[in-house]
Design a protein around this ligand. Structure first.
Ligand SMILES: C[S@@+](CC[C@H](N)C(=O)[O-])C[C@H]1O[C@@H](n2cnc3c(N)ncnc32)[C@H](O)[C@@H]1O
Length: 222
């Protein structure tokens, strides 16, 4: 699966791309991430990408010409063109159902905003899928774009060593939160691992986990 990141700060992704799971997925050619700087599509000598809003108001808006130029050039870089995603707090909130939907695309273009956001005609003319990381305001779309990459690659076949591990993650399949998990030591500061997990009875362990998932989901999301 290929991700094209369109940003004014593509260098923010350099160290992110070096982290273990993603780095291995890239080395194994399961995932391809290309970085593009929107500023490369400016035409004036100051390389300006933003301008003041019509009607007044604080801050600067990212203007149409460099974004249209960048999106069109990146789309033309590979065939077939990808699904354009605009990261915006006004978009559809990212959740596991949306992550599953995004994982069905072969190629996603992730358009990251900055400053006060985008000129409205970018969404109007390019008709991106607008996605929000949640109901809060980030300084830019780069961290939300990393969230999209981080969540979607877990569903790309072969990226997780153990194919079952995303299946049992919270929100997967039945939409339940995952059951509590423990590792050594068996007792830590007076807190013991539940006896059932040490019983070796796989049927009973599976039942206990299912029950814990249901209770936890009810308590935390009910
Ligand atoms: C400071 S925000 C602009 C917010 C805009 N003035 C508004 O109220 O909708 C700058 C950029 O950060 C990104 N951004 C901020 N919060 C986000 C969120 N919750 N989800 C996705 N992108 C976000 C967007 O790309 C946005 O264009």
């Amino acid at each position: 699966m290929r991700f094209d990141v369109l940003s004014l700060f593509p260098e923010l992704f350099q160290s992110y791309l070096q982290q273990s799971l993603l780095k291995r997925a890239i080395e194994n050619q399961l995932v391809d991430v290309r970085l593009w700087n929107i500023r490369d599509w400016t035409t004036d000598k100051h390389k300006s990408v933003d301008d003041t809003p019509y009607g007044g108001g604080p801050g600067m808006l990212i203007a149409c010409p460099p974004v249209y130029g960048c999106v069109e050039a990146v789309q033309a870089d590979a065939n077939p063109p990808g699904q354009l995603v605009m990261l915006t707090p006004q978009g559809r909130p990212l959740n596991q159902a949306l992550v599953q939907e995004l994982a069905t695309y072969e190629r996603l273009l992730l358009l990251c905003g900055r400053y006060e956001g985008f000129d409205e005609r970018i969404a109007q003319g390019l008709k991106p899928l607008e996605i929000s990381a949640g109901d809060f305001i980030c300084n830019g779309g780069e961290v939300p774009a990393m969230l999209v990459i981080d969540t979607v690659i877990r569903l790309v076949p072969g990226v997780l060593g153990d194919e079952t591990s995303s299946k049992y993650d919270s929100f997967s399949e039945a939409g339940l939160l995952e059951y509590p998990q423990y590792t050594r030591p068996r007792e830590f500061r007076g807190m013991a691992v539940p006896d059932i997990l040490l019983s070796g009875n796989h049927g009973e362990i599976a039942k206990w986990r299912e029950q814990q998932s249901l209770e936890r989901t009810q308590q935390r999301r009910g």
